[in-house]
Design a protein around this ligand. Structure first.
Ligand SMILES: [Zn+2]
Length: 197
């Protein structure tokens, strides 16, 4: 009997796309001392952003002011607090409203976190199934990503999205990513919008 047409897939000299992704991801995420937990249910760029924001290593005014690149470290939105990663993504009124709306959508218990690192530990503290914890963690990472995009649009492109639009972006992107990456092929949009699954 001849070799199966696809036998080269099993050749140890080749590796599949999943192996390739794992290697690429390990190269992209530097080995900083961080307790950031990788999520395979959102894209690499979203993980990298979550990791950087948990270390307060995203470009913001406080960092630039400390280097004397700009004189004023205050938030452009509220103009009352210094602008660091935790302020942009959690503590500014703009971000607080989105997290509040997200909590209602996902029917989450009341939670409080003042920094991104603590925020990302919250889903693991709730008495939920491991799968639901992973879903909520992936949604949290998606939310950080969408908040950052909206913040940049607001400050650099003069594009002001409404809270409803930003929540819509979070719902649709996380639906797309989780449905395909978590292989929840039967997940329906209406289910997702009501957070019933
Ligand atoms: Zn602010």
């Amino acid at each position: 009997m001849g070799a199966a047409p696809n036998s080269w897939f099993n050749d140890p000299g080749f590796f599949d796309t999943k192996d390739a992704r794992t290697i690429i991801e390990s190269l992209i995420l530097p080995a900083y001392d961080s307790d950031f937990v990788w999520s395979s249910w959102v894209p690499v760029k979203v993980n990298v952003f979550g990791w950087r924001s948990s270390l307060d290593r995203i470009p913001c005014k406080l960092g630039l002011a400390k280097r004397n690149i700009i004189p004023d470290p205050f938030c452009q939105s509220c103009n009352s607090m210094e602008e660091d990663a935790n302020h942009i993504l959690l503590n500014c009124q703009f971000a607080r409203r989105i997290w509040s709306a997200l909590s209602i959508w996902c029917k989450l218990p009341v939670f409080a976190a003042t920094n991104v690192s603590d925020l990302l530990k919250v889903p693991n503290l709730w008495p939920l199934s491991p799968e639901k914890k992973k879903v909520i963690y992936a949604i949290f990472l998606s939310t950080l990503w969408c908040l950052w995009k909206a913040w940049n649009d607001r400050n650099f492109n003069n594009l002001f999205k409404t809270d409803r639009d930003i929540l819509g972006d979070i719902k649709s992107l996380s639906f797309l990513w989780i449905k395909t990456r978590a292989k929840m092929i039967n997940l329906k949009w209406r289910q997702w919008c009501n957070f019933l699954f």
